[in-house]
Design a binder for this molecule. Structure first.
Ligand SMILES: NC(=O)c1ccc[n+]([C@@H]2O[C@H](COP(=O)([O-])OP(=O)(O)OC[C@H]3O[C@@H](n4cnc5c(N)ncnc54)[C@H](O)[C@@H]3O)[C@@H](O)[C@H]2O)c1
Length: 434
């Protein structure tokens, strides 16, 4: 029987051994789902403290439903901090970082180095599934490179697939289970194996077959599209400020049109994906870089928002801005109800205010303090000790918690727009626009 058929049959019988590489935000829950799907699963992460934490049952992030999922499957997950500790593996699933550099170019070193480590240990046929978000053409190029460094034949004994993850942070467990997925093989056989494996875990009808370049581009397009839509709302906020009108009123009326659905403007766009994925698409090739105009512009509009909010604060506070030094920042995560602070616009505003010499007290009970980010534990202490309160992130319970305090002598800055109706309760209210 051919290697391909044997490999296929092993997946059908769930005898294939799986290794998830990178046990971060995406990889860790992914590994639990494969265990739940009935596979033998091992995990590798080079971050030793993460591995230690996982071995002692400490989860890397707060996500609804994750504790329950981990209770059932984490004890079955074999976790390693090096490739040499790994048992025999048939399917490698790569959930590794894919950031951008200072020039907005994709950094693929994590993935390439992992693929080299895998190439050094494999002795028999493997399926490699790249779940990371990657530049267009990356999966194909890596399959080609792999064929030069392993003694296996491409499409006979190893197969490469791109299958991007599309979860929304805050709903990772639910979305991993529910979302439709793309499976884009470098070859037809790779697509077939990827489809078979992922279908056996998440349900065949949710897995859509395509080619790797299409799945890579679709993933990047999804995030670039959302980023561009938010940039439109943010640009309207900038224009409304100039005109001297309330952008939220403008959007409310515009959205009464049956075919218009403008999103919410705000402090900016953060998180691990949106700030980089548009750039990965744009900078995938020299040709795409030359052609792209809208996506880079959207990025720069969204990046400008923390400075816009600072400008609003300075304009509205006028001479008080120099006199008042104590500012409270409520919410440091990049969006409501998550603990993730990566690329958070709130952190950008914090650094702008610090540059102006402001004394800041930070509050966000979802986020853990670290050496760079000291967070206060009590909202009451933070509010009492500051003259200006910046409501930076609208965590679902934070508005009610804040409004329990007497804010009549406070200046409240509200880029989220969620305190607009309470504006009479503050000494001064500063919104995103007039
Ligand atoms: N976070 C999200 O919401 C999200 C959503 C969709 C897609 N993605 C994409 O998924 C990918 C992973 O993102 P993430 O948020 O899970 O990243 P992460 O940083 O949380 O996790 C990556 C893990 O890989 C480990 N690692 C790095 N190099 C390694 C190596 N050579 N071998 C083994 N482990 C290594 C790191 O220690 C880290 O724990 C990225 O491409 C991202 O764009 C993320």
């Amino acid at each position: 029987m051919s290697s391909f058929r044997k490999f296929r049959d092993a997946i059908i019988q769930k005898k294939s051994k799986v290794c998830v590489v990178g046990l971060g935000y995406i990889g860790f829950p992914t590994a639990l789902f494969y265990l739940r799907g009935g596979y033998h699963v091992e995990g590798i992460d080079l971050n030793k403290s993460l591995v230690e934490n996982l071995r002692t049952g400490k989860l890397p992030m707060v996500e609804e439903g994750l504790t329950e999922l981990a209770r059932g499957y984490l004890p079955k997950l074999k976790i390693h901090s090096g490739y040499d500790e790994l048992g025999e593996t048939d399917i490698f699933v790569l959930c590794l970082p894919s950031p951008i550099d200072d020039n907005k170019r994709p950094i693929t070193d994590y993935l390439e180095s992992s693929l080299s480590s895998i190439a050094a240990i494999i002795r028999h046929p493997v399926l490699v599934i790249i779940e990371s978000t990657v530049p267009v053409g990356f999966t194909e190029r890596q399959a080609h490179r792999f064929s030069k460094i392993v003694s296996l034949t491409h499409d006979e004994e190893f197969w490469f697939v791109h299958s991007p993850e599309r979860v929304l942070p805050g709903s990772v467990v639910c979305e991993m289970e529910e979302n439709d997925r793309l499976v884009g093989g470098v070859t037809e056989r790779a697509t077939e194996l990827g489809h078979l494996f992922l279908g056996s875990v998440f349900g065949e009808n949710k897995i859509h077959r395509t080619r790797s370049k299409i799945s890579e581009t679709s993933k990047l397009a999804e995030n670039a599209y959302r980023d561009t839509c938010i940039a439109f709302a943010n640009e309207l906020a900038l224009l409304s400020t100039e005109i001297g009108i309330d952008v939220r009123e403008v959007i409310h009326f515009a959205n009464l049109h049956p075919r218009v659905d403008i999103l919410e403007p705000g402090l900016g766009v953060g998180g691990y994906c949106f700030p980089k994925d548009g750039w990965i698409l744009v900078n995938s090739t020299e040709g795409t870089k030359k052609l792209a105009r809208l996506i880079p512009t959207a990025r720069s509009v969204n990046d400008t928002m923390p400075s816009h909010v600072l400008h609003r604060i300075k304009t509205e506070m006028d001479s008080e801005y120099l006199a008042i030094t104590r500012f409270a920042i409520l919410g440091v995560s990049y969006k409501p109800n998550v603990s993730d602070t990566r690329m958070s616009p709130s952190l950008e505003l914090i650094s702008l205010l610090r540059r102006d010499g402001k004394e800041l007290r930070l509050y966000d009970p979802l986020v853990r303090s670290n050496s760079d980010l000291k967070l206060s534990k009590e909202l009451g202490d933070v509010v009492d000790s500051c003259d200006v309160i910046v409501f930076a992130v609208n965590h679902s319970w934070m508005k009610d918690a804040l409004l329990k305090h007497d804010l009549s002598d406070k200046i409240v800055v509200d880029p989220t727009g969620s305190l607009q109706e309470e504006r009479d309760r503050f000494r001064k209210y500063i919104g995103l626009t007039a």
